[in-house]
Design a protein around this ligand. Structure first.
Ligand code: PLP
Length: 449
C-alpha cells in the first residue's frame, strides 16, 4: 500500500500517544517498516539513524534474530502461564534469579509487570503495604520531582511531575513533588555543587513539612530522562541518600531508562553511587523486543511484604515469552560485552563528539553520561537565557529538521536529546553528529530574532 494511503488510514483510525491530530493530518506519520542495528527503514525506502533507540529502549540494537528465536521457542513450549495461586514456570524463575544476580546490593526479589508504568503502580502498592505491615499505615506519601516522568497510568503519572498530564486527568492524593536538579536552567548564580545540595535539601524540607511519620518513599531516576536528560550535580545524590537514611524513607530508583547499560554501568544507581530499596525496570530489560517491566526489591522489603498476601498482579506478570526474550537479551548484552564496550570505547568517543556540539552558536550546554545526552538550546550562551515564548519551541523545529535529515532525536522543550542503541559504532556516531549539526544550523535559520 502506498505511504499516503497508510498515513490516511492511520490518522483516520489510530489515536497516537503524544501527537496532535492536526500534525498527523498535515504531515502524516512516518511509516517505519523494518530496522537493523541503529537504522530504521521507512515505507519510502529511506534509512533513518535512530539516535533514540525507539523510546530509549532498544539497547541491543534492532534485528537480533536470537531474540525472535527465543520467542518462537518459548511460544511453542509454553506460550502463556501465570504465577498466581501457587504456580510458576521456568523462564520467570530463570529471569528473576538472573536479575537478582545482576542487581546491586541485596536487591534480590522481583515482581514482574509488562511496562514501567505498571511497575511504578506496583511500587506505590509495595511501599504502602510495606509500611502497613511495619505497623505504620499512615506512612503513605511518596515524594517525587517536578518534570519527572514515571509512566502514563493514573497512578504513575501522579507519581510523575508532568503538570500537563496532571491537568488532563487529575492525580491521586498523597503525592508530593520537589524541584529537579536542573542547574543549567534554574541554577542562576550558584555553583552546580551548591545548587545540587540545595535541591537535595528540598527533600528534607518536604519531609519535615509533611511529617516524617507520613512519608513512605522518595522516587527518582538516577539521571532524569524524559524530563530532559538532567545529569545531577555531584553533590545531589549523596545528600538524597543521607536524607532517606536519616528519616527511614524508602528510596525507589526508577531505572526504566538508566537500567541495562544506558549510563555506562548495568544500573544508573551504580553510576550515581546510591543504594535503593526498590528499582523500577523495563525498556532495556528486553531491549523493547517484548513488553516487560518489574520492581526489584531488597531482602528487607521482600521479607516484610512476604509476611502477608500481596493483593496485586497482572495477567501478564512474568509472561513466559517476555521472560525468555529478556533472558536472551541479557545473555547477549553480557556475552558481547556491550556495556563494557560502551563504557570503555564507544561511550568516551560518543561523549567527546557530542560535547563538541556545544560549539554550535545555538547550543549552551551539551551534557552526556554513558549513552544519554542532551543539548540545551539558547539564544544567549552567557546568560543561559531561554528562547522567548513567541519564538515557539525551537527544540520542536530542530527535531523536525533532524527528521528531515534522517536522524531521530527527541526534543524536551528546548533541549535536544539522544539515547542511541548501545551498539552504535564510531562511524555511526560521526553520522549522528554531522546530521545533528546540520539540523541545528537549519533550525537556527528558522528562529525569529
Ligand atoms: N519510568 C521512566 C523513567 C520512563 O522513562 C518511562 C517511560 O518512558 C516509564 C517509567 C514508563 O514506562 P512504560 O512506558 O513502559 O510504561
Amino acid at each position: 500500500m502506498p505511504t499516503a494511503e497508510l498515513q490516511a488510514l492511520d490518522v483516520a483510525h489510530h489515536i497516537h500517544p503524544f501527537s496532535t491530530q492536526e500534525d498527523l493530518q498535515k504531515k502524516g506519520a512516518r511509516v517505519i517498516t523494518s530496522a537493523k542495528g541503529v537504522w530504521l527503514k521507512d515505507s519510502e525506502g529511506e534509512d533513518v539513524l535512530d539516535a533514540m533507540a525507539g523510546l530509549w529502549c532498544v539497547n541491543i540494537g534492532y534485528g537480533r534474530e536470537e531474540l525472535a528465536e527465543a520467542a518462537f521457542r518459548q511460544m511453542k513450549e509454553l506460550p502463556y502461564y501465570n504465577t498466581f495461586f501457587m504456580t510458576t514456570h521456568v523462564p520467570v524463575i530463570a529471569l528473576a534469579a538472573k536479575l537478582a544476580e545482576m542487581a546491586p546490593g541485596d536487591l534480590n526479589h522481583v515482581f514482574f509487570a509488562s511496562s514501567g508504568s505498571e511497575a511504578n503502580d506496583t511500587n506505590i502498592r509495595l511501599v504502602r503495604t510495606y509500611w502497613q505491615e511495619k505497623g505504620k499505615p499512615e506512612k503513605k506519601v511518596i515524594i517525587s520531582r517536578w518534570n519527572a516522568y514515571h509512566g502514563s497510568s493514573v497512578a504513575s503519572s501522579s507519581l510523575g511531575g508532568m503538570k500537563g498530564m496532571h491537568a488532563q486527568s487529575g492525580y491521586i492524593p498523597d503525592m508530593h513533588h520537589i524541584d529537579q536538579p536542573n542547574w543549567w536552567s534554574e541554577g542562576g548564580e550558584s555553583t552546580p555543587e551548591d545548587f545540587g545540595l540545595e535541591r537535595a535539601q528540598q527533600l528534607e524540607q518536604a519531609i519535615l513539612e509533611i511529617g516524617e511519620d507520613k512519608v513512605a518513599a522518595f522516587i527518582a531516576e538516577p539521571v532524569q530522562g524524559a524530563g530532559g536528560v538532567i545529569i545531577p550535580p555531584s553533590t545531589y545524590w549523596p545528600e538524597i541518600q543521607r536524607i532517606c537514611d536519616k528519616y527511614e524513607i524508602l528510596l525507589i530508583a526508577d531505572e526504566v531508562i538508566c537500567g541495562f547499560g544506558r549510563t555506562g554501568n548495568w544500573f544508573g544507581s551504580q553510576t550515581m553511587g546510591i543504594k535503593p530499596d526498590i528499582m523500577t525496570i523495563a525498556k532495556g530489560l528486553s531491549s523493547g523486543y517484548q513488553p516487560i517491566g518489574g520492581s526489584i526489591v531488597s531482602d528487607e522489603v521482600a521479607a516484610v511484604i512476604g509476611a502477608t498476601e500481596f493483593n496485586h498482579g497482572y495477567t501478564y506478570s512474568g509472561h513466559p515469552v517476555a521472560c525468555a526474550v529478556a533472558l536472551e537479551n541479557l545473555r547477549i548484552l553480557e556475552e558481547e560485552k556491550i556495556v563494557d564496550t560502551l563504557r570503555d570505547d564507544t561511550g568516551p568517543y560518543l561523549q567527546e563528539k557530542f560535547r563538541s556540539l556545544a560549539e554550535h552558536p545555538m547550543v549552551g550546554e551539551a551534557q552526556i553520561i554513558g549513552a544519554m545526552g542532551s543539548l540545551a538550546l539558547t539564544p544567549n550562551k552567557a546568560t543561559r537565557a531561554p528562547f522567548k515564548a513567541e519564538t515557539g519551541t525551537v527544540g520542536y523545529m530542530v527535531r523536525e529538521r533532524c527528521f528531515a535529515n534522517n536522524l531521530v532525536m527527541r526534543h524536551v522543550g528546548d533541549r535536544m536529546i539522544i539515547s542511541p542503541p548501545l551498539v552504535i559504532t564510531k562511524a555511526e556516531i560521526d553520522i549522528l553528529i554531522e546530521r545533528a549539526w546540520k539540523s541545528l544550523d537549519e533550525g537556527m535559520a528558522n528562529v525569529k530574532a
